[in-house]
Design a protein around this ligand. Structure first.
Ligand code: GLA
Length: 369
């Protein structure tokens, strides 16, 4: 029996910047997905999970099953690995997760990454030295492709890369164009609280994909006007402002969000390196405002959680985290305030929204193994 663990990811700052070839800062959570399995002598794959259910299929015939959408993440990875030449065969595996779906920590990427690592171990192949970040990025790209192609969510590389490249007590700064990672120490007094709105959103993937299309539209408009950009990474928010007349209002606001968010991530990196915690907190709050107003991927419940968090004296910064359109917020506090902050945040949210929130103190942890 072999086993693989992949953590969830916590997006510290950098909302929808990844697929715009920009910057993002995140860390791997101390919660994630474990898959234990063994090879079979035939072609059958059997997946079991207390949380999700069961599925069985042939490794040579991987199709979606409407009853087991969670298995799509595994199937997508098996397809992409085979495309990349991995010698796969049948196996049995049990999936356990300490990452509730909808927690905003990307349980989907954790399933993808854990699947990739499990079958590497089962069928004895590797795309290089797993100590080498380049190998880990290659695997992250394979898992991202699985989500883009088979699952159909046109996500960037943030979730998979963070799950693979996380480092204990560190944030990872990702340059999504260069595919490079830098680990930056997080001050031990800092503590992060994830709070799930308890609201599941319909049409999540179509709304997500629509945002990506709008960002691509912004790039097309710039290119049509002979402004040399390959992605929104290549232009400042000030320039977007200068060119505002070129865009439809909606596309303009999306471009403003992404370009200003890239600038905030760079400033947040500096702040973290200099231990300027208040600055980091302010940038997190500005990030939320930009998501809310310009990118429009917040919801009334995410806004409510951020507003309550910010009204509490312990809060240094708070924002929505992850794709948005539901899901969770991230708050930054000092460690000695964390328990009381979390209790007060959930109490007030329950009272105001009538929803049952779930909250966790998350610690920056090592990447998948
Ligand atoms: C989701 C996607 C990521 C990223 C974030 C938003 O988590 O999977 O690729 O785009 O949303 O920053």
């Amino acid at each position: 029996m072999v086993s693989a663990f992949a953590p969830g990811r916590v997006e510290l700052i950098g909302n929808h910047t990844d697929y715009n070839e920009g910057y993002v800062m995140a860390f791997a959570a101390n919660m994630g997905v474990t898959i234990q399995g063994e090879a079979r002598s035939d072609e059958t794959v059997k997946l079991r999970s207390k949380e999700f259910g069961e599925d069985a299929f042939a490794i040579s015939s991987l199709n979606k099953n409407v009853h087991t959408p969670w298995a799509d993440y595994t199937k997508g990875v098996l397809i992409e690995l085979q495309k990349a030449g991995a010698p796969l065969s049948g196996f049995e595996a049990e999936i356990t997760s300490t990452l509730p779906a909808g927690s905003g920590m990307s349980s989907s990427a954790a399933i993808e990454v854990a699947t990739a690592l499990l079958v590497q171990k089962l069928f004895n192949f590797q795309f290089g030295d797993m100590e080498d970040p380049v190998t880990r990025m290659t695997l992250a790209a394979i898992c991202r492709n699985a989500e883009n192609e088979f699952v159909g969510v046109k996500c960037g590389i943030l979730d998979q890369a963070t799950s693979l490249m996380g480092k204990k007590d560190h944030a990872v700064f990702l340059d999504c164009r260069e595919q490079s990672v830098e680990a930056i120490p997080l001050h031990p007094d800092l503590c992060f609280v994830i709070c799930d709105t308890g609201v599941k959103h319909m049409l999540l993937s179509s709304k997500y994909n629509a945002r990506r299309t709008e960002c691509e539209e912004a790039v097309r408009v710039l290119q049509m006007n002979k402004i040399e950009v390959k992605a929104l990474r290549d232009i400042s928010s000030q320039k977007i402002q200068e060119y505002s007349g070129l865009f439809m209002d909606r596309v303009f606001r999306r471009a403003m969000h992404v370009t200003s968010e890239n600038e905030r991530v760079l400033a947040a990196r500096e702040a973290l390196l200099r231990n300027e915690i208040e600055t980091l907190g302010r940038l997190m709050c500005e990030s939320h405002e930009s998501s809310r107003e310009a990118f429009e991927n917040s919801t009334q419940y995410l806004d409510m959680l951020v507003e309550i968090a910010r009204s509490l004296p312990a809060c240094i910064g708070a924002r929505l985290t992850g794709g948005g359109f539901g899901g969770a917020t991230l708050s930054m506090v000092y460690r000695h305030d964390a328990e009381t902050f979390m209790a007060e945040l959930t109490r007030q949210y329950r009272e105001k929204s009538g929803k049952e929130p779930l909250a966790w103190i998350v610690e920056a942890s090592d990447g998948a193994a």
